[in-house]
Design a protein around this ligand. Structure first.
Ligand code: ADP
Ligand code: MG
Length: 238
């Protein structure tokens, strides 16, 4: 059984059903990319995994534990969004440290954790700067640092690179991939960019019309699309 299990999850907003009985299993250490056109329910699914949005029916199970009724703060999950949402008045170090402080981690331990994450993301020289003094790529790195420092069971990314210019997007893609290879954290990563999905993932779930159209390795999806939608969506760049 998967480390993270989306078990027959249905999600409706009023009369609009966004996801129908969705089943996805993610193995520990896997890099799963959810891909699909805008509005197909990718963010909604991530928000349900994080506990920011309740499921209408079904269950989300992490490491054998049902998440029904478990508050976001009690799920060991970190999320990185497209908008960086850094605290503008705190410097980089404080931004990274804040979540740990909230969880009562002692100062000495916090400093060690910040140091190792800053090292990993190559932002040591930026720790005293304010977010306003950083480039888009640096800010995104800090946002990742803030998520990573909590050593999450599952790392969720919602289109983290879509605000960056093309060159930086390619660089960050390489870095995220390296980071995953180094840490082996379980990742669920949302994008509407096919190339990003194909280059980053160990497996891809292609979503459309409230259903997972195909779940497979990049090679399987690219070489053997399950239907016309997958062939069209994955075959042509956005
Ligand atoms: P994606 O991330 O794939 O672009 P979303 O998960 O954001 O798609 O949205 C899926 C659908 O659910 C869209 O039609 C969107 O308008 C709708 N939706 C998302 N959140 C809400 C909400 N809080 N209330 C009503 N409708 C919502
Ligand atoms: Mg979205």
């Amino acid at each position: 059984m998967g480390f993270l299990k989306i078990d027959k999850v249905t999600k409706s907003f009023g009369s609009l059903t966004v996801l129908h009985q969705t089943d996805i299993e993610v193995e520990e250490g896997e890099f799963l990319v959810l891909v699909g056109p805008s509005g197909c329910g990718k963010s909604t699914l991530l928000n349900m995994i994080a506990g920011l949005e309740p499921v209408s029916s079904g269950d989300i199970v992490i490491n054998g534990r049902s998440m029904n009724g478990v508050r976001p703060a009690d799920r060991n999950i970190a999320m990185v969004f497209q908008s960086y949402a850094l605290y503008p008045n705190m410097n980089v170090g404080e931004n990274i440290s804040f979540g740990l402080e909230m969880h009562g981690v002692p100062k000495e331990e916090r400093e060690k954790a910040i140091d190792s994450v800053a090292d990993l993301l190559q932002i040591k020289h930026l720790l005293k700067r304010k977010p306003g003094q950083l480039s888009g790529g640096q800010r995104q790195r800090v946002a990742m640092g803030r998520a990573l420092v909590r050593d999450p069971d599952v790392f969720l990314f919602d289109e983290p690179l879509s605000n960056l210019d093309a060159k930086l997007r390619v660089d960050m893609r390489t870095e995220i991939k390296k980071l995953h290879q180094k840490l082996g954290t379980t990742i669920v990563y949302v994008t509407h960019d096919q190339i990003e999905a194909l280059t980053l993932s160990t497996r891809i779930a292609v979503m459309f019309g409230g259903h997972v159209q195909q779940l497979g390795t990049p090679k399987e999806i690219y070489d053997n699309p399950a239907n016309m939608f997958v062939a069209g969506f994955m075959g042509s760049p956005s």
